[in-house]
Design a protein around this ligand. Structure first.
Ligand code: SF4
Length: 482
């Protein structure tokens, strides 16, 4: 019977053989999404080992190792990623390997801060996770599309492992091509290859600890120390190439320093616990943002659409959200630090009754008319009363018992300016640790968008409060990220 060590050695042997077989027999350009975490390190090192067993003249297909930098990466993890990429690049040159190493980032217009502060998108969460697509998937897809333009068929090579989640195992099984090491790729015409899918966590750490690639030994050791420091356990942010197969990176501990999608950040806290106290302001800032996300005073009731090319701003004035109802009582549930709000019960005169308060229920056309007549300003800078006093029966709900209130739209301009001041301030503080949180170009872009929105609101007579002191912000940005 095979013992654990033999099993492990067999898996490594088999993975290398499969890699050589697919590389030699199939005509694909290889694309590896490299997160810099433990699984993707094993994947690339095992591929390198396999390549070193081939002859140089057999290196006739390109292998692209691509990482994404969301521009809000955990600084310690990013430093490690950059070192690993450099090592991979130098090693490939040294041994003349057919490997190209790249790092992709979101376009300026799609950066986290431009969306959060410029466009006022509320902080991402489980139900509105706008970040992964913009920060990771799109930049990676753009890179892949460039390669495909040259007529290459893409082989997406993943570091996924079986047994990490049932749903992923099912996806892996469902896409398996009979009698083949490859799977169908549902996003492009290429195929998927996952050479280390049978590796256990034990195998992963054993491989990294015992790597036969001497040049990588120190880096592997550093990586294992980082996992200890961050108390990350096993989770890591998947590369965007395998996002469809991996857990969403919201559950990742190897991703953005600000990731608001997880309720409690363990990664930054782990680094702080192991002595990196300089990271503390980041955790504090992250927690403040999470707490402030759903406060009415920070959000408009309406929203905007901004055409990226024409820069035309369209106001979307009518936005409503449904109330919850239980046993005839209407309410808005508690969310983070926002308390549950009880609106009351409907009486037979079609009013909502809450203790001694009687609230009229408006029809949708009445509510729209009030907005058109400027009796209600859905772009008011702090209009909590509207939430509590404008109860609406929408046309689509005429035949059911649903009631709505004014919606919760993007962040208000005053909150955005406040955010910009705080992140700029924090950016200054972090400079001394060689960390840059936001770039000057991002700030300029943010101010441009804010100015566009402000003008549109002014034009439509919705701007009630004066708040923008652009010069002051520009002053603060002198030291922004290069
Ligand atoms: S790690 Fe978090 S913030 Fe970063 S892209 Fe993933 S879900 Fe979004």
């Amino acid at each position: 019977m095979e013992n654990v060590k033999e099993k492990y050695l067999n898996k490594v042997y088999e993975a290398k053989n499969n890699i050589k077989k697919i590389y030699l027999e199939k005509d694909y350009t290889w694309m590896i999404g490299y997160s810099g975490g433990k699984d993707s390190n094993v994947l690339v090192q095992i591929i390198i080992e396999a390549l070193l067993e081939l002859k140089t003249k057999e290196f006739n297909k390109k292998i692209h190792i691509v990482s994404s930098d969301t521009l809000i990466e955990n600084p310690i993890v990013l430093e490690q990623l950059n070192k690993s990429l450099k090592l991979l690049k130098n090693f490939s040159i040294k041994y003349n390997l057919p490997i190209e190493v790249h790092k992709v980032s979101p376009d300026l217009d799609e950066s986290f801060w431009v969306n959060l502060i410029g466009r006022g998108y509320p902080l991402p969460n489980q139900s509105f996770r706008w970040c992964t697509d913009r920060l990771k998937i799109k930049p990676m897809n753009k890179y892949v599309e460039e390669i495909e333009k040259n007529g290459s068929n893409i082989l997406t090579v993943l570091g996924v492992r079986k047994g990490e989640s049932k749903s992923r195992d099912i996806k892996l099984d469902n896409t398996k091509i009979e009698e083949s090491l490859l799977r169908e790729n549902t996003t492009n015409k290429g195929k998927i290859f996952s050479p280390i899918e049978d590796f256990t966590l034990f195998d992963i750490w054993k491989y990294l600890g015992e790597s036969s690639l001497v040049d990588f030994k120190a880096n592997n050791l550093k990586l294992s120390l980082l996992y200890e420091d961050s108390s990350t356990g096993v989770e890591e942010c998947p590369s965007s190439l395998d996002d469809k197969l991996q857990k969403g990176c919201g559950s990742s501990r190897w991703g953005c320093w600000l990731c608001p999608v997880v309720t409690k950040d363990k990664s930054l806290q782990g680094f702080i616990n192991s002595g990196n106290n300089w990271l503390k302001p980041l955790i504090d800032f992250r927690e403040e943002l999470i707490k402030e996300r759903d406060l009415f005073k920070n959000r408009y009731h309406a929203s905007f659409r901004i055409n990226k090319t024409s820069k035309k701003v369209t106001l979307i004035k009518y936005r409503f959200m449904d109330l919850k109802e239980k046993d005839g009582v209407y309410f808005l549930p508690k969310k983070d630090i926002r308390e549950k709000i009880i609106f009351g019960q409907i009486n037979n005169e079609n009013y909502l009754i809450n203790e001694d308060k009687k609230i009229k229920i408006f029809s949708e056309s009445e509510a729209r008319q009030m907005i058109d007549d400027k009796k209600i300003n859905p772009y008011h800078e702090n209009n909590e009363l509207l939430i509590k006093d404008i109860i609406v029966k929408l046309d689509k709900n005429l035949n059911n018992n649903k009631l709505s209130i004014m919606g919760l739209g993007p962040y208000t301009l005053s909150y955005r300016i406040n955010l910009l001041e705080r992140i700029t301030d924090l950016n200054k503080k972090m400079k001394k640790y060689d960390m840059s949180l936001i770039s000057e170009q991002e700030i300029i872009k943010i101010l441009d968008i804010i100015e566009l929105v402000k003008k549109e609101l002014e034009k439509n007579d919705y701007l009630i409060k004066k708040y923008t002191d652009i010069k002051k912000i520009m002053e603060m940005n002198k030291d922004a990220r290069e």
